[in-house]
Write a protein that binds this ligand. Structure first.
Ligand SMILES: N[C@@H](CCC(=O)N[C@@H](CS)C(=O)NCC(=O)O)C(=O)O
Length: 207
């Protein structure tokens, strides 16, 4: 969604209930997961594959043109699944103790992101400079979720990683990122945390 918005592509979004996936969706999504991008009736799946397809076909390019830098951006984009899994484990934990026990892995992954920023980030607000790149598009959704949960969990995990924290906060201020989620995002995310009986959901004041 962020890559589509960054490129100014016209697209239509259909949100589905992941707890009750419609048949038409199961037919087009090989793993039953979102996102899926339908291009001329052909379903593309896996965020990175979708982002790469968009980058090859639509201007402006969000990957750097230099092949070495592009390979390094791709490598950091590949790391997002490990990174996201470690942060989501912290806020999906069912007890305070379980959540805190997961800080260590999250810290190791944050350490790698801090390293990525120190060696491969361009000057500017985002990973690729003052314009979003595909590394930004890959990480932003996970920072969005973690920062929402962390308002209540108060892990302070990002405090030890100043470059990561600044990057995450810059992404949260970016209109392309902000507009990439539905208006009900926070409400739905909170409902998901409650349904999963997470520790963090017990800390969120009832509206
Ligand atoms: N590696 C996939 C992961 C996609 C993924 O895990 N999507 C989640 C939502 S963020 C999903 O559809 N979960 C539903 C399910 O697994 O049933 C990608 O990047 O596209």
């Amino acid at each position: 969604m962020i890559a589509l918005r960054a490129k100014g592509v016209e697209f239509e979004t259909t949100y589905i209930n992941l707890r009750d996936k419609p048949d038409w969706f199961l037919k087009i999504s090989p793993h039953g997961k979102v996102p899926v991008l339908l291009v001329d009736e052909v379903p593309l799946f896996e965020s990175n594959a979708i982002a790469e397809y968009l980058d090859e076909t639509v201007e402006p390019r969000l990957h750097p043109s230099d092949p070495i830098l592009k390979a390094r951006h791709r490598a950091w984009t590949d790391f997002v699944s490990d990174f996201a899994a470690s942060l989501s484990a912290v806020y999906y934990a069912k007890t305070k103790a379980d959540s805190e026990a997961l800080y260590e892995t999250a810290t190791k992954r944050l350490d790698r992101v801090e390293y990525a920023l120190s060696v491969d980030k361009s000057e500017g607000l985002y990973f690729g400079g003052d314009k979003l790149c595909l590394v930004d598009a890959a990480y932003a959704p996970f920072f969005q979720r973690f920062l929402f949960a962390d308002e209540f969990l108060k892990t302070h995990l990002l405090d030890a990683y100043p470059n990561t924290k600044r990057w995450a906060l810059n992404l949260m201020e970016c209109e392309t990122v902000k507009g990439s989620v539905a208006d009900v995002f926070e409400k739905e995310f909170q409902a998901n945390l409650i349904r999963r009986e997470t520790y963090v959901s017990t800390l969120i004041p009832v509206a």
